[in-house]
Design a protein around this ligand. Structure first.
Ligand code: SF4
Length: 413
């Protein structure tokens, strides 16, 4: 059986928990950022609309910075202010608005789940974290907790990257913060800490603290509203504190929440000793040949051919310049020939490798893929006829290209 964590990693004193809640909420009331979804959640009287507004923001904020999300969020809520409006949108419209935000399956699943709420749940959002997670595709434990606490006042905690960092520092948790044992412990802690009368504000405050004060590299500990509850801060100030048992007292190598015995506290890092992550998986390296086919449109302006990606997998349903995977280690000449072969097979017309002009390389990092696009252009005298059985394709002007559902990587190309 796993060893149970020693008390110094937990919150067990009710008076301390009360004080931490009060300090954090007072700080939040004074310092919170003004964000459109917060205003909506605080002012919208209709519970379903409130839930929808928070849901959209939470999905957009997954893996995307607040500053980027604001504009997308405002445009989205203007276009689809209700679940019903979103349920009636087409996937193409959703992809067009989502273009540039990344992780496109998020928008698709959001819309699918909105359709489900309208058609199967009579337009009524589930009201608890458990039901939200069970009934809505794309809503995981964190998102469910955020919607339920912020929109419906359920006293349930949340754990995201910011919360992980804050809690690991508050309680000197140095074991791999992505391990299931640590994550489970953090969820228990978040559920125990959440303020019973203001759960939504408390959760947002904890995340806000992680986003603005307890930041990854240079946390602003002196300004921190919960520094008196922070064991990492105390340890930085006083070294091994006498009032708090030291990590060694947990029994190195035995405690499930301490740093591994091989990587003890490093005093040059201070509070940023926490959290710690296990070794990151190396991203897959992929090379893709991309060809910008260009022709003169009817008014003489250049037009470019774009094709639609399959409806599942990476960048599902998005449009791109014709692209083909390349084997590793090919020389430039071989790449050009491989691309010409692909284009020939695809269009059924002969394509001379010499006609392809090498433009350059574009690197784009997806979460798990290190992708290099090797970009060529090919000017055409006339159009080309594509087999209607292959992917959908269309010719677009530069302006139309930018208004289409294309990824950021293709815009770079
Ligand atoms: Fe984070 Fe520093 Fe505050 Fe501790 S005192 S919670 S490390 S900002």
């Amino acid at each position: 059986a796993p060893a149970s964590p020693p008390a110094q990693h937990l919150f067990s004193d009710p008076a301390e928990i009360e004080a931490l809640r009060a300090n954090l909420l007072a700080w939040y009331d004074k310092c919170k950022r003004d964000l459109p979804w917060r205003t909506l959640a605080a002012t919208e009287p209709d519970a379903d609309r409130r839930g929808y507004a928070v849901w959209v923001s939470e999905i957009m904020l997954q893996q995307t910075q607040v500053a980027t999300v604001i504009d997308y969020y405002n445009r989205w809520m203007q276009k689809w202010p209700t679940l019903k409006a979103l349920a009636q949108a087409s996937l193409e419209e959703v992809n067009e608005l989502w273009a540039g935000l990344g992780y496109y399956s998020r928008g698709k699943r959001l819309q699918e789940a909105a359709r489900k709420v309208v058609s199967e749940l009579a337009g009524r959002m589930p009201r608890t974290a458990e039901d939200l997670q069970k009934l809505l595709a794309g809503v995981g434990r964190y998102t469910a907790g955020a919607i339920a606490s912020i929109s419906y006042g359920q006293a349930t905690g949340v754990v995201d990257g910011n919360v992980i960092r804050v809690l690991c520092r508050l309680r000197c948790i140095g074991a791999d913060s992505s391990s299931p044992a640590v994550i489970d412990q953090l969820w228990d802690m978040a559920n125990a800490l959440v303020d019973r009368s203001r759960p939504g504000d408390f959760n947002q405050a904890l995340m806000e603290l992680g986003a603005t004060v307890c930041v990854p590299k240079a946390p602003l500990c002196r300004e921190c509203p919960v520094k008196q509850h922070c064991r990492a801060w105390r340890r930085k100030l006083f070294g091994k504190p006498n009032s708090v048992p030291d990590v060694e007292d947990c029994g190195a190598g035995v405690c499930p929440l301490c740093p591994p015995a091989t990587e003890p506290w490093d005093s040059s890092l201070g509070v940023t000793n926490f959290p710690r992550k296990g070794a990151k998986k190396q991203p897959r390296v992929v090379r893709t040949a991309t060809c910008v086919l260009e022709r003169r449109g009817c008014h003489g302006a250049p037009e470019y051919l774009i094709v639609q990606r399959p409806s599942s997998g990476l960048l599902a349903g998005l449009w791109e310049f014709p692209s083909f995977p390349l084997a590793q280690g090919l020389q430039e000449k071989q790449q050009r020939e491989a691309l010409a072969d692909h284009l020939q097979a695809w269009t059924g017309q002969s394509v001379a490798a010499g006609g392809l002009r090498f433009i350059g390389e574009v690197v784009h990092i997806f979460s798990h893929i290190h992708q290099t696009y090797v970009v060529y252009s090919l000017p055409l005298d006339g159009g080309i006829t594509l087999d209607p059985a292959s992917s959908p394709s269309r010719w677009v002007t530069e302006e139309e290209f930018h208004a289409s559902a294309v990824s950021t990587a293709m815009k770079k190309v």
